[in-house]
Design a protein around this ligand. Structure first.
Ligand code: ATP
Length: 379
């Protein structure tokens, strides 16, 4: 795999667009400490699909975007583009026919990376596979960073084996084998699922067959039921027709009876009118008798009341008579007493008169006594 050109925009210290032409033979980058030599190597790893921010010497992948300097504001995105010579058509499908491959990776702050090959957006895995097939890539031992040689010497045998496999060009095969295994597992899972579905379908099929048999039986029985229902309906219809004929005859007879009843009713109404006419004088007499009865009843009530009053008057007069009799008796007694008293007083008067006459002279006191005796006698 022959790299032709590397273009950086906004990547780490390369804030402005910068192109590196990689000609056949040896190309070297020379510069003082901190001028950005390692950043160039990291841009190569990054465009090949590196997914470890730590390997890029950052906390997060956004750290590869130019973070700003004293006189430059930070950038919002970074992009690295790698141009590869494919004149010998070694690139795998679907890139085999392109003489040049333009692989690019762009990262926008907070939004992640986008990969493109020849302007067409692809997955990170497609880019990683493209370089793995050519026995290179972000983790290729062909890219040696500072201090990596001493790390290799001290590495575990397993890590060393991985490095040797990549150097031997089988890393792509490993990746592809891993993918094939994943696909195989997915296919096996699908097959198991298909077996399950097949079993479910067999169960469903036997159930459907059973239901089909039942449906057939149902259809046959339904047809028989319909035939029997038709016969039943015919028999009922026939019965109904005969019943309708009988009912029609009965209706005619009933009509005749109605006519007769109507004329009888007319006659009865006439008789009733006549009877009402005949009843009129009797009703009037009844009304007069009612009025007389009413008047007599009132008179009787009035007489009853007068009788009660007369009786009460009799009782009162009786009591009055008894009281008068008692008064007479009492007055008679009193008259007797008065007569006795009168006799006594008369006798006393006579005596006093005689005494007076016999007396030599009458003084005023004697006159007063005489007048008093006279008054007492009169009383
Ligand atoms: P050395 O020879 O010491 O290893 P170097 O030439 O390899 O140095 P690098 O380590 O590649 O230099 O570059 C380091 C420089 O890149 C530092 O000046 C650092 O400030 C700058 N740098 C790294 N990341 C960013 C970034 N995101 N934005 C701006 N500058 C950055």
């Amino acid at each position: 795999m022959q790299f032709q050109r590397l273009r950086l925009v906004g990547f780490k210290s390369f804030v402005d667009a910068q192109e590196f032409h990689i000609e056949p033979g040896l190309t070297g980058i020379v510069g003082p400490n901190g001028c950005g030599k390692s950043n160039v190597l990291e841009s190569l790893r990054w465009v090949m699909g590196a997914n470890s921010a730590k390997a890029m010497r950052g906390q997060g992948m956004d750290d590869v975007i130019f973070a700003g300097a004293a006189n430059r504001p930070p950038r919002s995105h970074a992009e690295v583009q790698l141009t590869i010579d494919n004149a010998q058509r070694r690139a795998p499908q679907p890139f085999t026919d392109s003489p040049i491959l333009e692989v690019s990776r762009r990262i926008d702050r907070g939004q992640g990376s986008t990969y493109r090959i020849n302007g067409k957006e692809v997955r990170a895995r497609d880019v990683q596979l493209l370089f793995a097939d050519a026995s290179t890539g972000a983790n290729s031992p062909a890219l040696v960073r500072q201090g990596q040689i001493s790390e290799l010497i001290a590495a575990k045998p397993q890590n060393r084996r991985r490095i040797l496999e990549e150097a031997g060009g089988v890393a792509g095969l490993h990746t592809r084998r891993h993918e094939a295994e994943l696909r195989l597992k997915a296919a096996e899972a699908n097959l198991e699922r298909l077996d399950d579905i097949g079993r479910e379908l067999e169960t469903t099929l036997s159930r459907l067959k059973r239901e089909a048999r039942q449906a057939e039986k149902y259809k046959k029985i339904s047809a028989e039921i319909r035939a029997l229902q038709a016969s039943l309906v015919y028999v009922r219809w026939n019965d109904a027709r005969l019943a309708a004929e009988v009912a029609a005859q009965e209706l005619a007879e009933a009509d005749r009876a109605v006519v007769e009843a109507t004329s009888a009713s007319g006659r009865a109404q006439t008789a009733a009118l006549n009877a009402q006419e005949a009843l009129k004088p009797a009703r009037e007499e009844d009304a007069v008798a009612g009025a007389l009865l009413h008047r007599a009843s009132l008179e009787r009530d009035r007489l009853d009341m007068a009788e009660q009053q007369a009786r009460a008057e009799v009782e009162r007069l009786k009591a009055e008579g008894a009281r008068i009799a008692a008064d007479i008796e009492r007055e008679t007694g009193m008259a007797g007493d008065a007569e006795s008293e009168l006799a006594r007083l008369t006798e006393a008067f006579d005596r006093v008169s005689a005494e007076i006459a016999a007396a030599p002279a009458r003084g005023p006191q004697l006159d007063a006594a005489l007048l008093a005796a006279e008054d007492a006698r009169r009383a």
